[in-house]
Write a protein of this length. Structure first.
Length: 195
């Protein structure tokens, strides 16, 4: 089940980066004007209120009740994980080698995305990396596995609007990650400053 906010955020992030590189965006990013509409308002502001975990992320049960918030905060970590593991092409090969080739191909193609289960996430990502993300987010590892299982297919889907992985995909991913990290940092500063 795709989260519409996740698709909107990734479409805006990657669509702008693809547009700057003259790549086809498949209609992504149009009318987004940055991430302001998707992240700047109630979504990030609301999710950053309350108790904070180690990374400035809402901690404990507040995060667990807001799946979209968890996915948005996990996104830059997932993007960094892809970069640390050889880029999107290498990560897609990893999914194929672990037996998830049909799911991976569905994310790249222009049809519907096949879901990914938590077991696949643990096999491909690895327990150590998942534990580290969970610790940084201040949530149980199970929630990180569930969120990663939604984030990864949508990330690939938005990076491959024409049904193939372009040579510049890793540059687009990096630019999107930097923009998202800045948006999150700006939202945290706005939330922390007295009104």
């Amino acid at each position: 089940m795709m989260n519409p906010m996740l698709g909107q955020v990734l479409g805006g992030l990657f669509g702008q980066a693809m547009g700057r590189r003259g790549m086809r965006t498949g209609g992504m990013g149009s009318g987004m004007g940055g991430l302001g509409g998707a992240l700047g308002g109630a979504v990030l502001g609301g999710m950053l209120g309350g108790r904070r975990g180690p990374a400035g992320v809402p901690a404990g049960r507040g995060m667990g009740s807001n799946r979209t918030a968890l996915m948005l905060m996990l996104l830059p970590m997932a993007m960094r994980w892809v970069q640390r593991n050889g880029g999107m092409g290498a990560v897609l090969d990893r999914f194929r080698q672990k037996g998830y080739g049909s799911q991976m191909q569905s994310w790249v193609s222009t049809g519907d995305n096949q879901p990914l289960d938590e077991r696949a996430v643990e096999q491909v990502v690895g327990q150590q990396d998942l534990q580290e993300m969970a610790q940084r987010l201040g949530v149980p590892e199970e929630e990180v596995r569930q969120a990663f299982a939604e984030v990864m297919p949508e990330m690939v889907n938005q990076l491959t609007p024409d049904g193939r992985l372009e040579a510049q995909a890793d540059d687009v991913l990096d630019e999107g990650r930097q923009a998202l990290e800045k948006e999150i940092e700006d939202a945290q500063q706005r939330e922390a400053s007295p009104h």
